[in-house]
Design a protein around this ligand. Structure first.
Ligand code: WQD
Length: 352
């Protein structure tokens, strides 16, 4: 049975990917420092306890911070050997990253250095990395391909993702035994169709879909639309929203690919749909999916926001045999099912 070591697996994208890894026959060992997760009654993160119920499979979970290299090595060596590592663990709030940059550089960069060192010491030299389209900055050409220049990021979070990519690139150049796949997510949204797991942001959601969802469920009064004077059809920002379950199948495809002999060295892949939707189109789709009104007001532009981005996903289709299947309507209806079943997120877990 192939075995993967997953960092940050208690989080939104990680937990959804673990559903697909388990359903695809992988054994998983998951570490998380719980900074952005809620512990459940069986001593595992609530998100992962629900994944175990959904899949009928068991997850090995250990609370580990990547900044504790000694503990990380102990856990990695004791539970290995692993076919590859899937690295989700990172702080990911764009706004927060600009307020406490050193916390982001330490957590995201030093944590990744520790992980790569431990992997090499334990003889595991294959990593699938949770990267982000934010490494492209404000795209000069659309749709964005993997050839687009990277590193022109306007926020610390994006810079850490870019630096982590560069670190893994240099490691692959220095030691050809290494293989590294960078999965550049566009805008992950939605939830598992069961409604039992989903995005559970702490405090005020930074991102559009969870905020819209909280307005629809009555937890927030109205949405602030950050600018309607962009050069787009309705003036609001356009993004490539991708269903988190499509992202999950993309990770399984990448883990399969990295074990193939033809995959060598460092390779980036865009994970998006190739479609762009505006803020107002998302609001409209969410109202249709939920049957609820989503009141909004036009507010000033948000610092650092770009006008438009959407992916060229042809490389992932060609080399990973992967394509996003779900529509914006699916994203909204699955997000709504999660939100309406769990108005408090994982805080008050219902008896499943
Ligand atoms: C989308 C659109 C906003 C909130 C960031 C990161 C990316 C990934 C996803 C981590 C924009 C508008 C938003 C609101 C609004 N993060 N908006 N009102 O900024 O494209 O991407 O989050 O993995 O790496 O860069 O996503 O959802 O914040 O914004 O009008 O309350 O919605 O202006 O046009 P973004 P977002």
């Amino acid at each position: 049975m192939p075995k993967v070591f997953i960092t940050g697996g208690a989080g939104y994208v990680g937990s959804h990917c673990i559903v697909e890894f388990l359903n695809s026959g992988y054994d998983v060992v998951v570490v998380d420092n719980m900074v952005n997760a809620v512990m459940g009654e069986q001593g595992k993160p609530t998100s992962l306890e629900r994944v175990e119920k959904l899949t009928g499979k068991t997850i090995v979970f250990l609370e580990v911070d990547l900044l504790n290299e000694a503990k990380l090595k102990e856990v990695f060596a004791a539970n290995g050997p692993f076919d590859c590592v899937v690295h989700f663990a990172a702080l990911k709030s764009v706004g927060e990253s600009c307020k406490i940059p050193l916390r982001y550089y330490s957590n995201n960069i030093s944590g990744s250095i520790n992980l790569l060192n431990v992997m090499a010491e334990c003889g595991c030299k294959s990593i699938v990395f949770s990267s982000s389209a934010t490494v492209y900055g404000d795209p000069q050409k659309l749709p964005v391909t993997e050839e687009h220049p990277t590193g022109n990021c306007t926020n610390t979070y994006g810079k850490t993702k870019y630096m982590m990519e560069e670190m893994m690139h240099d490691v692959c150049v220095a030691d050809p035994e290494w293989k590294a796949i960078m999965l550049r997510y566009f805008n992950p949204v939605g939830a598992h169709p069961s409604g039992d797991i989903g995005e559970d942001p702490r405090g005020i959601p930074n991102n559009l879909m969870p905020y819209v969802s909280q307005v629809a469920v009555g937890a927030r009064a109205k949405l602030s639309v950050f600018g309607n004077d962009y050069n787009t059809p309705d003036g609001t920002g356009v993004r490539d929203y991708i269903h988190v379950m499509d992202l999950a199948t993309g990770h399984v495809a990448a883990v399969k690919k990295i074990s193939a002999p033809e995959l060598k060295g460092w390779k980036p892949y865009n994970l998006g749909t190739g479609n762009g939707n505006s803020v107002l189109e998302v609001v409209q789709a969410f109202e249709a999916a939920s049957g609820k009104k989503v009141p909004y007001e036009i507010a000033p532009r948000r610092a650092g926001d770009i006008a438009v981005t959407y992916a060229d996903c042809s490389l992932a289709a060609k080399e990973l045999g992967w394509k996003a299947e779900k529509s914006l309507a699916d994203m909204c209806s699955d997000c709504w099912r999660w939100q309406s079943k769990n108005p408090q997120g994982f805080q008050k877990s219902s008896n499943l």
